[in-house]
Write a protein that binds this ligand. Sequence first.
Ligand code: GUN
Length: 294
Amino acid sequence: MTAKIIDGKAIAKKLRAEYHARVEVLRSRYNVTPALAVILVGDNPASQSYVRNKIAGCKEVGIRSELVELPASTTEEQLLDHIERLNNDVTVHGILVQLPLPAHIRVPSVIEKISVEKDVDGFHLYNMGGLVTGNTVFSPCTPYGVQKILEHENIRVEGQNVVVVGASNIVGKPTALMLMQQDATVVICHKKTRDLGHFTLLADILVVAAGVPNLIVPQIVKTGAVVIDVGFNRLPDGRIVGDVDFEGVKEKASYITPVPGGVGQMTVTMLLHNTILSAERAATATTSPFRRRA
Ligand code: GUN
């Protein structure tokens, strides 16, 4: 069997065209331009590159972006003050603090400071808790991107065995909760899992977000499985690869996402979606968005 290679770039392009149209409606009907504030602390080159991508994505669909660049010496209090200002700015619909932060700043304090209704990353405890009960204000972007890919390819989730490899707060745990909400049978594996293959061989849908190149080889993939590779690793020779042995596994899977060109394209796209959704809620709000579903 040779897998269908899922073109994340094409899916993202199609969705971005739809989002662009939603921005136009907000402009013409409500005179509202969606806006995303991005806070970048320090000069981590990878973070700078991610932020550039997010800002370019905003431009593409007509979202106004506001970049707040702060030195690595910024105190936690100063950062919280910036967030407070943005929380109170009605022209800003989404706030994102790029992670990682310098070691002297406590990430949980920063994330909890962001207003839930502007937490377009979906990292706030309220949003995380909502994943357990099935009613988040914003879905976290990478898991949401995975969900959209499955939807786009008409891949049924209900009743399927899903194995998620990686238990991070940003990807593994929320992906597992979102797919469980769709009535999949979900297992999470992580770095202390013994005999990984024992679990992955059961997967109809295998989502891998471990940050380990070549972790998933064909021998531990079920024939016909859907393989979603969230890994993004830079090899010493500069090549970018995922966590899956793509060449080997594509001969065994039914669908597979490449790296680059798969899930990565979708993460920023979902951030754009959440920012537009936030602006739509603000433009049409008569009550708090807290109890509404996306
Ligand atoms: N650092 C790596 N991924 C992310 C992300 O999705 N959001 C933020 N804010 N920081 C990140």
